[in-house]
Design a protein around this ligand. Structure first.
Ligand code: F6P
Length: 326
C-alpha cells in the first residue's frame, strides 16, 4: 500500500440522505485501520478556503439517523480551474492529507477524477445522490430514501385526486435520469411515468388515462421526471389540458423535500458498507475508483466508467408499470 497516513473526507454536490452514515463509516473504519481522519467542510470549496478539522470517532457520533450532511456541501466553480485545484492541493498537503474520500454524484466524481490525475492523488469515490444515475452500481446513497419520500407524497396526493376524480401530473427529481420517476410510479401504483430515456406521445398517454377512467378508475396519476427531454410536469399538463379539455388536471412538483429526511435502513446500511469499503479499497491500493454495489456485492468502478456511461433503465420495470396500470 502507498504510504497513506491521513485521509480527508468531503461531501459535494446535492446532498443525499445517508451521507452522514457514510461520513461515520469512513471515519470510523479509517481510525480502526490506524489512519488519521480530517473532515473537509463545504466540499471542494473547503479545500480552497481551508475549512478542515481533525475528525475523531466522537465527531461522527449520533449522526447515522440524520439527513443532509454534517460536512455541508457546495458546488464549487473555482475547483473547475487549474489554479483553484492547485490551491486545493496545497491546502491538503499543508494538513498532511494524502488520500481523499469524496461522497457525491456525477459532477463531484468528475472533479475527483481530474484532481486525482492532475496531482497523482489517491481518491476513492462514494456514490451519494438521490438520482441513482451512476453507472456501475445498482444503487446510490440516498436513492432509497428519496424513493420512499416520493411514494409517501404520491399516496397523499392520491387521496385528494380520488376524491375529486382528477388527473395529477407529479414532477420528481432525477436530473437527466428517470429512476426516481419509474420506480416511484411502480411503488405508488401510478398510471404512468414519463422519463427522459423513453419518448411518450401525449396521445398515447391520453389513451391510457382514458382507458382507466372508462374502467371507472377514480383518479389518474402520472409521474414526470424533471428534464428538458420530458419538458417537466407543468408543460405536459398544459398540453394534455389543451388537447383533452375534459380532464380536471392538477400539477404538483415535489421539489427539494425529496432530498431531505432521515435515511431509510436500506440507505444507512448501504452507506455504512460503502464507507467501510472505501477504506478497504485504499488498503487494497485501489485509487480513482468509485465504490459500487452489484447484486449485493461491493465492487470497484473506475471513475471514467462511472461518469462517462449512461446507466440503462430496466425494460422489465417499464413493462411491469405498463402491465399494472391497466
Ligand atoms: O442531483 C441531485 C438533484 O437533486 C437533482 O435531482 C436535481 O436536478 C438537482 O440536484 C437540483 O440541484 P439544486 O439543489 O442545486 O437546485
Amino acid at each position: 500500500m502507498a504510504d497513506i497516513k491521513c485521509i480527508g473526507i468531503l461531501t459535494s454536490g446535492g446532498d443525499a440522505p445517508g451521507m452522514n452514515a457514510a461520513i461515520r463509516a469512513v471515519t470510523r473504519s479509517a481510525i480502526y485501520a490506524g489512519f488519521q481522519v480530517k473532515g473537509i467542510y463545504r466540499g471542494y470549496k473547503g479545500m480552497i478556503t481551508n475549512e478542515i478539522v481533525e475528525f475523531k470517532t466522537q465527531n461522527v457520533s449520533n449522526i447515522i439517523q440524520m439527513g443532509g450532511t454534517i460536512l455541508k456541501t457546495a458546488r464549487c466553480k473555482e475547483f473547475t480551474t487549474p489554479e483553484g485545484r492547485k490551491l486545493a492541493y496545497d491546502t491538503l498537503r499543508s494538513h498532511g492529507i494524502d488520500a481523499l474520500v469524496v461522497i457525491g454524484g456525477d459532477g463531484s466524481l468528475t472533479g475527483a477524477r481530474i484532481f486525482a490525475n492532475e496531482f497523482n492523488f489517491p481518491i476513492i469515490g462514494l456514490p451519494g445522490t438521490i438520482d441513482n444515475d451512476l453507472y456501475g452500481t445498482d444503487l446510490t446513497i440516498g436513492y432509497d430514501t428519496a424513493l420512499n419520500t416520493i411514494m409517501e407524497c404520491v399516496d397523499k396526493i392520491r387521496d385528494t385526486a380520488t376524491s375529486h376524480e382528477r388527473l395529477f401530473f407529479i414532477e420528481v427529481m432525477g436530473r437527466d435520469a428517470g429512476f426516481l420517476a419509474l420506480n416511484g410510479a411502480i411503488a405508488s401504483g401510478a398510471e404512468a411515468a414519463i422519463i427522459p430515456e423513453i419518448s411518450t406521445e401525449v396521445d398515447q398517454l391520453a389513451q391510457l388515462i382514458q382507458n382507466g377512467f372508462r374502467k371507472s378508475k377514480n383518479s389518474s396519476i402520472v409521474l414526470v421526471a424533471e428534464s428538458p427531454v420530458t419538458g417537466g410536469a407543468m408543460a405536459l399538463a398544459e398540453r394534455v389540458k389543451n388537447e383533452y379539455p375534459g380532464y380536471d388536471v392538477r400539477v404538483s412538483t415535489l421539489g427539494h423535500l425529496q432530498r431531505g429526511g432521515s435515511p431509510t435502513a436500506r440507505d444507512r446500511i448501504l452507506a455504512s458498507r460503502m464507507g467501510a469499503a472505501a477504506i478497504d479499497a485504499l488498503l487494497d491500493d485501489q485509487r480513482n475508483v468509485m465504490i459500487g454495489i452489484k447484486n449485493d456485492e461491493i465492487v470497484y468502478v473506475p471513475f471514467t466508467k462511472a461518469i462517462k456511461n449512461d446507466k440503462p433503465i430496466s425494460r422489465d420495470l417499464l413493462n411491469t408499470l405498463h402491465r399494472l396500470s391497466i
